[in-house]
Design a protein around this ligand. Structure first.
Ligand SMILES: Nc1nc2c(ncn2[C@@H]2O[C@H](COP(=O)(O)OP(=O)(O)OP(=O)(O)O)[C@@H](O)[C@H]2O)c(=O)[nH]1
Ligand SMILES: [Mg+2]
Length: 214
C-alpha cells in the first residue's frame, strides 16, 4: 500500500469532517490509534490499559498470540485509566499490524480508522528492531493521510517501546533518530504489558494531554 494510494482513496467532504469533530467535542470523545507491526503488543496494550492490570496478572498461562485481523474498536472511560474523576471517553482503534495484507483498515476504511484521531501510539517491540524500522512506513502512510485531509489536525505522535521485560539491547542511535525525525514525537515511553512497567505513565499522559489540558 503506497502513500498516494491512501491519499487518493478517500478525500472527505468538509461537512462530514466537521460533523465528526463536533460529535467528538460534544461527547468528550478522544480517539487514539495504535499503530505498529504485527505482534509488537498493540492489542495487549489496549487490554492492560483497560483492565489496569498486567498480562501476568490477567493471564495465568503463557499468553497466546491472536493477531488482529482487521480493526477492533473499543471505548475506555477516561476515569478508568487513573484514579481521578474525569469525564470523557477514549475511543481506541486497534489495527492489524500486517500492512501488506490484501485487506487492511488503513486502506479500506481509512476514514473510520483515521478520521478525527487525536493521538497515534507508534509501538515497536524491544526484541524486534525491524518493528522500529517499520514505523517509518506507518508514519509515511499516516502523515500522507492527514496531509491530504487538510481539515483534520495532524494527531500527536507518541513512541512506545514495548516488551522491555525481555531486556534486549537495541541500537539507541536508531531510537534517537526516530525521536528526532518528522513528525515530531511528543513523548516516548518504555513499557512492558507483561509486567505492567511504564503503563501508569502512559495512562497519566493520555489523561493529562487529552482531557485535563483542553
Ligand atoms: N514478553 C512480552 N510479551 C508481550 C508483551 N506485550 C505483548 N506480548 C505478547 O506478544 C504477543 C503479541 O501481542 P499482541 O498484543 O497480540 O500484538 P499486536 O501488536 O496486537 O499484533 P497484531 O494484532 O498482529 O498486529 C502476544 O503473545 C502477547 O502476549 C510484553 O510487554 N512482553
Ligand atoms: Mg492485535
Amino acid at each position: 500500500m503506497s502513500t498516494s494510494e491512501l491519499k487518493t482513496k478517500e478525500t472527505e467532504p468538509e461537512t462530514s469532517r466537521s460533523l465528526i469533530e463536533r460529535i467528538k467535542l460534544h461527547s468528550g470523545i478522544r480517539k487514539i490509534l495504535m499503530a505498529g507491526s504485527g505482534a509488537v503488543g498493540k492489542s495487549s496494550l489496549l487490554t492492560v490499559l483497560r483492565e489496569r492490570k498486567s498480562l501476568k496478572e490477567l493471564l495465568k498461562d503463557e499468553a497466546e498470540y491472536h493477531r488482529t485481523l482487521f480493526v477492533d474498536l473499543e471505548v475506555i472511560p477516561a476515569a478508568d485509566l487513573v484514579d481521578e474523576d474525569i469525564e470523557g471517553l477514549c475511543q481506541m482503534v486497534d489495527i492489524a499490524g500486517q500492512l501488506n495484507s490484501p485487506i487492511h483498515a488503513l486502506k479500506d476504511i481509512s476514514r473510520t480508522a483515521l478520521g478525527g484521531v487525536d493521538v497515534i501510539l507508534l509501538i515497536f517491540a524491544s526484541d524486534n528492531i525491524q518493528s522500529l524500522i517499520d514505523l517509518t512506513e506507518w508514519v509515511d502512510l499516516l502523515t500522507g493521510y492527514y496531509v491530504s485531509q487538510t481539515r483534520f489536525d495532524t494527531p500527536d505522535f507518541v513512541l512506545i517501546r514495548n516488551k522491555c521485560d525481555l531486556n534486549c539491547s537495541m541500537d539507541k542511535g536508531l531510537i534517537e533518530a526516530v525521536l528526532q525525525s518528522n513528525p515530531q514525537i511528543v513523548s516516548y515511553f518504555e513499557t512492558s504489558c507483561l509486567t505492567g512497567s511504564g503503563l501508569d505513565e502512559v495512562r497519566q499522559w493520555l489523561v493529562n494531554n487529552l482531557f485535563t489540558n483542553r
